[in-house]
Ligand binder design. Structure first.
Ligand SMILES: [Zn+2]
Length: 385
């Protein structure tokens, strides 16, 4: 069996291997439909699986009591009989050819909630299966703005959709984070950068929320919970670093994994997670809920998207000539604040323990440079899988 890179990731659980974004097909042969089926998943979730010969490129829309998956450059295949699970929210599935696009229309028993990106998975071929686009959904209310019946309208409205970014300024209140030799506190620097980032992302058409907009203490679980509640598409946690070696400098970017990628990453996660020990409550209950709520497929999807974002973000920082801490572009560690269903990364924007960098991090000029690099990384991130 040929194991693809993406496939390999599935076997290793949360990615401990830095993954570069897969090249997107610039020119693709016409795709064809190979299978359609529905199923029921734990937590009253219904699942629609669309199997195709090639990697599908798709968009979703939610006309009344329907879920429409539009596959570009794909031909209908009328020999395919959908296999329908009795208890799923889907009554029937039909194919409609619209020009060179194939629409898979799932007629629903009830309206469904808009499908979160973390509930969409694209699986590589394996064994008897071709490419599979796996969509999990629950009954609910589709936001009015996504409820359209015309394909052209849908495109226009989807394009206008604002992606939601939650920006987390680390530490705060009784937890200052690390403190530079000159007295600069991590909590102040990251709040200043977070506010600038919010303004700039807002003016670029994103919808953003700050986990804190003042000098207050928030537990890590509360921060992750804000991302969940806001149904964020991306979570960015901002921190500044300290190292026993005062020579150490530069930014570093982290994603969540159960195992740290190196000893330094492990220590850093320990230090950042220790913020919670200042508080009364631990993280375990929320963490446990998340673990239960996430199917392993979703965990993989969230991990993959986080990797993709983090890699793009590292590139963006380097392009802006922001000094990078020696080491890999993306490191991994079990950061409590990243444990959620929202893809995201933790950005250590520089070292306060380095005197020169401490001075630099205090300046608006350097903060704006960092903000511009993050904004570019968000704009380049592919929110639609
Ligand atoms: Zn920190």
């Amino acid at each position: 069996m040929k194991i693809s890179r993406r496939g390999l990731l599935k076997f290793t659980g949360f990615s401990i291997v830095a993954m570069t974004a897969l090249p997107r097909m610039a020119f693709a042969a016409r795709n064809s439909l190979r299978g359609l089926r529905t199923g029921v998943q734990p937590g009253n979730k219904s699942r629609l699986v669309i199997e195709t010969a090639n990697r599908p490129s798709y968009s979703l829309s939610y006309p009344e009591n329907q879920l429409v998956v539009t596959l570009s450059n794909t031909g209908a295949n009328n020999s395919i009989q959908p296999k329908l699970a009795a208890d799923a929210l889907v009554k029937s599935v039909v194919q409609t050819q619209v020009g060179d696009k194939l629409q898979i229309i799932a007629n629903l028993k009830k309206p469904i909630a808009e499908i979160q990106k973390s509930s969409i998975l694209l699986l590589e071929p394996n064994g008897d299966n071709d490419y599979r686009l796996v969509l999990d959904f629950v009954a609910g209310t589709t936001p009015k703005s996504y409820t359209t019946t015309s394909a052209t309208q849908t495109t226009a409205i989807t394009a206008a959709r604002k992606y939601i970014i939650v920006i987390d300024a680390g530490h705060g209140g009784k937890d200052p984070g690390c403190i530079g030799r000159g007295g600069t506190r991590e909590k102040d620097i990251v709040l200043s950068v977070a506010r600038k980032l919010k303004n700039k992302l807002d003016s670029n058409g994103f919808k953003t929320y700050l986990t804190r907009d003042s000098d207050k203490y928030l537990r890590l679980a509360e921060r992750a919970n804000i991302a969940e509640k806001r149904k964020a598409d991306l979570f960015i946690s901002l921190h500044a670093n300290a190292n026993p070696s005062r020579k150490m400098k530069g930014f570093s970017i982290y994603t969540l994994s159960e195992k740290a990628s190196d000893e330094e990453a492990r220590k850093l996660a320990e230090a950042e997670n220790a913020a919670d020990k200042i508080g009364v409550e631990g993280f375990t209950e929320f963490e446990e809920n998340i673990r239960i709520a996430l199917s392993s497929l979703q965990q993989h999807a969230v991990a993959e998207m986080s990797e993709e974002y983090a890699n793009g973000c590292a590139k963006s920082f380097k392009r802006a000539s922001i000094e990078q801490q020696p080491g890999p572009d993306v490191r991994h560690a079990p950061f409590a604040v990243l444990r959620s269903t929202v893809p995201g990364a933790l950005l250590e924007i520089g070292h306060l323990s380095n005197t020169a960098e401490e001075k630099l991090l205090k300046t608006d000029k350097h903060q704006n440079k960092i903000v511009d690099a993050i904004v570019r990384s968000v704009k380049n991130y592919n929110f639609e899988v």
